[in-house]
Design a protein around this ligand. Structure first.
Ligand SMILES: [Fe+2]
Length: 417
């Protein structure tokens, strides 16, 4: 028959076993430490106690949980971090340092806090913290069994703190990596944009064309529900779609008159050339070279270079094709003024299904409609087209009508129903 004391201890061990599971499962570190402390204080009949985490670099024992320590208990106890370093050179066991230096260092403070028992938390040779306990309510000394309970709890909390630190470190590194990755992508994007400007330099009529195509491409892909990274990639495809023009004679690109058949076939080499230039990028994503290769294909098969039809044309190329045409219609060229918006709508109405893919045109004009209706905070079309170009009051019905006709604009269909 176990004595009441032994029964209490058995109970405490059972509670600690449960806590072991909690420590493994819990995400709330402070809560875990508090529960553990409570179990032991309760099991041993102790009125006050605390758990501190050790910050070796700062030379601090920082209290994570405290019970009954009084309002004036400090938030942390400081020590000289060099002392720990020195001590670890003499003995690899930090408990040694704890016994020899810390206890005497903190003696006055511990006495003031009425702490009788201090146990270091050492995991894998690292001092991760300490447990401090006041005397028992009965004022009796701790029995060896009770000291064993405290030691078990020390291992639990020590491992808990250790794992928590690892987790924080892993999270910190993950965040660092994320930032590095984002920086790298920003550098990549900016390099690509610089390159797009270089491509446009060759064509004196289409300043900024590649960059705008990149932006329209991004808007359409996002409207189609593409993910962030896919959008990034196809936007780069948009920026670089005409990179093949770098191998075409400048005089042909800049010819102010209609070019002859020979010059035209020279110009029509630019998609294949662009594909070749961008193919080495395929380890990143083959969307980029694919866009360059097929952005002049048409749904009806009358495009170039391969005369693909409908489903044969990759969606990414269909998107850039529409973005390319939209910018060509909406910007001035030296030989041609830009079209007014109603003409652009009419143009797309006639060519969708022949030249352009309906779902892409629907996405483009749905995005415009959202901006016209003030649903998007960013005024991207207004910025790219000029503030007065879209004239919402006048032209909104045209957009709605086009979307209804293409049969896929959900809201447009609802409005005309
Ligand atoms: Fe092109």
């Amino acid at each position: 028959m176990p004595t009441a004391e032994t029964a209490k201890l058995i109970h405490a061990f059972a509670a600690l076993a449960d806590l072991g599971e909690e420590i493994a499962a819990t995400r709330d570190f402070d809560q875990m430490v508090r529960s553990t402390l409570h179990v032991v204080l309760g099991a041993l009949g102790i009125r006050r106690g605390a758990v501190a985490e050790c910050d070796a670099a700062a030379g601090e024992l920082r209290f994570v949980a405290a019970w009954g320590m009084g309002d004036d208990a400090p938030a942390s106890l400081s020590f000289d971090p060099r002392l720990l370093e020195e001590s670890l050179r003499d003995s690899a066991d930090p408990a040694h340092f704890f016994e020899r230096h810390l206890k005497s260092n903190f003696r006055a403070e511990l006495e003031r806090l009425k702490v009788g028992l201090v146990v270091p938390l050492v995991v894998h040779g690292e001092l991760v913290g300490a447990i401090m306990l006041g005397g028992k309510a009965t004022e009796e000394a701790f029995t060896p069994e009770e000291r064993e309970v405290v030691a078990t709890m020390a291992r639990h909390i020590g491992v808990g703190i250790y794992n928590h630190r690892l987790l924080r470190e892993v999270e910190r590194r993950a965040q660092e990596n994320r930032k590095l990755y984002e920086d790298l992508r920003a550098v990549y994007r900016n390099t690509v944009r610089a390159f797009a400007i270089a491509i446009d330099c060759k064509d004196k009529y289409t300043q900024g064309h590649s960059e705008r195509v990149g932006k329209y491409t991004e808007i359409i892909a996002r409207e189609l529900g593409w993910g962030e990274e896919e959008v990034d990639d196809i936007a780069i495809g948009g920026y670089l779609h005409d990179v093949g023009k770098l191998i075409v004679d400048r005089d042909i690109i800049n010819a102010p008159y209609k070019i002859d058949a020979k010059q035209s076939s020279e110009l029509n080499r630019h998609p294949a050339a662009g594909f070749e230039i961008l193919s080495p990028l395929h380890q990143i994503d083959d969307v980029i070279p694919t866009v360059a290769r097929y952005h002049h294909e048409r749904i009806d098969g009358r495009g170039y270079p391969e005369g693909l039809t409908g489903e044969q044309i990759p969606l990414c190329a269909k998107i850039v094709s529409a973005a390319d045409a939209f910018d060509a219609m909406t910007t001035d060229r030296t030989y041609k003024r830009r079209k007014e918006f109603p003409e652009v709508v009419e143009d797309f109405r006639k060519t969708t299904g022949k030249q352009f893919a309906p779902e892409v045109v629907v996405a483009l004009f749905s995005a415009i409609l959202k901006e016209v209706d003030g649903e998007t905070r960013e005024r991207r079309f207004a910025r790219l087209l000029g503030r007065d170009y879209l004239q919402p009051d006048l032209y909104r019905p045209l957009i709605v009508e086009l979307l209804a006709e293409l049969g896929q604009g959900e809201r447009a269909a609802a409005e005309t129903a």
